[in-house]
Design a protein around this ligand. Structure first.
Ligand SMILES: [Zn+2]
Length: 320
């Protein structure tokens, strides 16, 4: 199935490879096309340019095609043709570095002190809700709660969890992005395999904030996350809300199903189904009350990328 790899373009840069895949939710291969095209189509290339990738040459993708599909068996919407493992490593290791995040932020969001403080409060409330979900199942004397942020990005959620007294562990492939959090004592692994080998104790709460849509094979990752989570532990999943996705009109819609990065176009329904398939049951988010002093204390948590409207869901790992 894998194609490409070592071809050279006219620009002389090594060409990233693409490969086809089956439905990431049910594994069937009965795709019904919703939107297809090539990376050098003018509107596609124009939207991709607005992501301000570092060291990215559109020439390296000339002639490559993408295809957004709906699964004929289960209804999941997904990109059938995606960057292969080496291509994804290049995307997240080089093209989407800290400088790209800064440029993207400057271009698409009016970041300011108010926004930074709001984001810090949002992350504190998120961790408080997760601890409340997990806490209802924790025994007496359970000790310091462990929080895993898979795809930690700039590390804002790790900073919030650290401020709330948790043991905090992150997974983040970009070496340049989460420096803020590592400076405050959080532990960051470059990938899931490194975390699994480290033998960390099971986590009470796990966060995948704007992560699952990026993964070419999300269900096995959720199974591995479940194996790292204490029974009764809490999970937070946030992804772009892709209800009604078809041929995108404008940048916001393009962003949701961006064919390099947003490989899985979840809806609340398909998000719940993939979580359930890994043993997580949807739960209502409990209330979280927050004073302003703590939020102000961590308002330097770092920038957060502007994201389209999201599907935010809480889950609990069923006991087995
Ligand atoms: Zn399917």
């Amino acid at each position: 199935m894998a194609q490409g790899g070592k071809r050279k373009t006219e620009a002389g840069c090594l060409r990233p490879g693409f490969e086809d895949r089956a439905c990431p939710l049910c594994g069937a291969d009965r795709p019904e096309s919703l939107w297809q095209g090539r990376f050098d189509d003018p509107d596609v290339a124009g939207h991709l340019a607005a992501f301000h990738y570092s060291g990215f040459s559109p020439l390296s993708l000339t002639g490559e095609s993408f295809r957004l599909c709906r699964c004929g068996d289960c209804g999941m919407t997904y990109h059938r043709r995606v960057l292969n493992a080496a291509g994804l490593l290049r995307l997240y290791g080089q093209w989407a570095d800290a400088a790209q995040a800064r440029r993207f932020e400057e271009a698409h969001r009016q970041a300011g002190p108010d926004e930074t403080a709001r984001d810090a409060r949002r992350r504190l409330r998120l961790v408080l809700r997760l601890l409340a979900i997990a806490g209802s199942q924790r025994g007496r004397g359970a000790g310091v709660p462990g929080v895993l942020d898979y795809g930690a990005g700039a590390g804002g959620t790790m900073v919030a969890a650290t401020a709330l007294g948790c043991r905090v562990v992150g997974v983040e492939p970009s070496a340049t992005r989460p420096q803020d959090a590592t400076g405050r004592g959080a532990v960051i692994y470059p990938d899931l395999a490194a975390l699994e080998q480290a033998g960390e104790p099971p986590f009470d709460a796990v966060v995948l904030d704007q992560v699952l849509e990026h993964l070419p094979d999300p269900l096995p990752v959720l199974h591995r996350i479940a194996a790292l989570t204490r029974p009764g532990g809490a999970l937070f999943l946030a992804v772009p809300d892709c209800r009604g996705s078809t041929v995108p009109q404008g940048f916001d819609q393009f962003h949701r199903v961006q064919p390099l990065e947003h490989l899985n176009a979840f809806t609340p329904d398909t998000l719940d189904r993939i979580a359930r398939a890994a043993g997580f049951r949807p739960v209502r988010p409990p209330p979280a009350f927050l004073g302003t002093r703590l939020a102000e204390a961590i308002r330097a948590a770092g920038a957060v990328l502007w994201q389209p409207r999201t599907t935010d869901r809480f889950y609990r790992l069923d006991r087995t």
